[in-house]
Design a protein. Sequence first.
Length: 305
Amino acid sequence: MSSQTKACLYALATALLWSTIATAFKLTLEHLDPWQMLFWSVLTSTLLLTGFVFAQGRGHLLVQQAKKYFLLYLLLGFLNPFLYHIALFGGYDLLPAQQAQALNYSWPLALTLLAVPLLGNKLSIKDACCCLVAYLGVVIISTRGELRNLDFGSPEGVLLVLSSTLVWALYWILNAKNNGDSLVGLLLCFLFGLPWITAAVFWKSSVWPIPLEGLGGAVYIGLIEMGFAYILWLKALKLAENTAMISNISYLSPFLSLIFIANVLNESIHTSTYVGLVMIVASVVLQQKKSKSPKRSNAPAMSGN
């Protein structure tokens, strides 16, 4: 089996894991508030990532990278897992899962737009057109196709999810300055972010008591969305000879996610959700399409939420 084939299989496994996350978010939010869900899921992921890093003999890199990029990790840890996930979870708490997960897939366009003022990138006509089409898809999803009325249902929920895409994009722009080990870097972000999350959950909510169903959901989210999915994604990127193909496989996730949302959450999927999601994904794929896609082992992980 070639390395590219193995990479595709890892990417497919990642997409399948990501496709369950939107449903897991909504089920868990029936028992926990966003602050509690954030605390327990991040704590779970931190323990998992710590185990992986030390099992692979990379524990010594923690202190080395923390010293070299201390201020950067302070900022990155605040952005992700703290600010990104609390905005995303808050959006999921207010919106149907189909809307929240579809809106979240607009983050690559947010990355394109933020790269203009922060990195000095130029916005080509192609990029601008892709962004316009994608955000028209965002409006279609947010209004459930009722463009004349512009009824967003929960404007706060839409704003929270779209804000999370900006935070995620900013996180990856800043993370590009980090040349250390990717998995160790993620663990450091979680270690630096956990104090923010702990302080926030005690301020806004409580850690315990919580229903066991909620705890189980948070543990699942921590293991899958913040843990195994990312590890498999890094493995796919490491093996990939063509990262464009790997990225395209990841876009199966939002469509597979709708199957879980419809059958587990019993949400009736609106036609506008399919239309808007196709517009967003097609715009992202077209915007990222290059004649040649060099292998980049530190490429950003997709957000499969």
